[in-house]
Design a protein around this ligand. Sequence first.
Ligand code: NAP
Length: 254
Amino acid sequence: MKQTKLLILGGSGEAAALARALHGDARYDVTLSLAGRTREPVKLPGTIRTGGFGGAEGLARTLTDEKFDAVIDATYPFADQIKANAIEAARVAGVPLLAIRRLPWRPVEGDNWILVKDIEGAAVALGETAKRVFLTTGRDELRPFVKASQHFYLLRSVETPAADELPAQVELITARGPFRLEDELALLKQHAIDIVVTKNSGGEATYAKLEAARTLGLPVIMVRRPSLPEAPSVESVAAALDWLERHHVSANST
Ligand code: NAP
């Protein structure tokens, strides 16, 4: 039996779940690739490599030189550069690619979402009047909110941002999902939050804040997904495992 050598492009819950599911499965030789932005990533089993590849060209070289049989793009929904690079690199290297593209959240009755196209748009949509904002868009894109200094921000991110990148009026919470509805409700009430700002990352782990906003009748500024190039894709880790299994079986029957 020939092992399938798989590269997972990670940085998401799906990538972690996939790495855990495949660990110890002798049919696969798995490498998980992380960009290296998080100082303390979640501990995962198996081979992990860290840092960029040097664009699509560098990734194609890695796929060829290290003889990968397949690549699964399980990056965060807003990581549009690495997603495009993966498609191009897989094409150049002639390696099958599958993308896990989790569904975006959709508004339901009772939601009051203000849709914006990017983080700058989210800061503008907060308006001129001072508000108390629950901000969950990540520590890397704070500049537009630093400029909108009339607002108070309850900022939740996985890791602490640099002090000089923080808005003037801020309280910081470092935490990693999943989050529970009762905790999100308590947080929004305790900090007298007027409005929530989030990216439409989708998935269950961080959905509770949207339920909490709905329950309390609060508006949500929702940053839309970027448009992504077409790629063979599935919505879940289970479907990715099925794809991989089919790939492995067909590679071993030829
Ligand atoms: P991006 O703009 O699409 O990628 C920028 C560059 O970072 C890529 O061109 C690539 O460098 C490198 N890179 C990204 N993902 C990589 C990976 N898995 N392995 C190796 N290199 C990678 O992405 P971003 O928005 O900066 O996000 C960076 C990473 O953080 C992504 O992997 C994403 O999945 C993760 N992330 C996770 C969350 C979350 O909440 N789970 C939130 C934000 C970001 P080269 O061109 O040199 O190859």
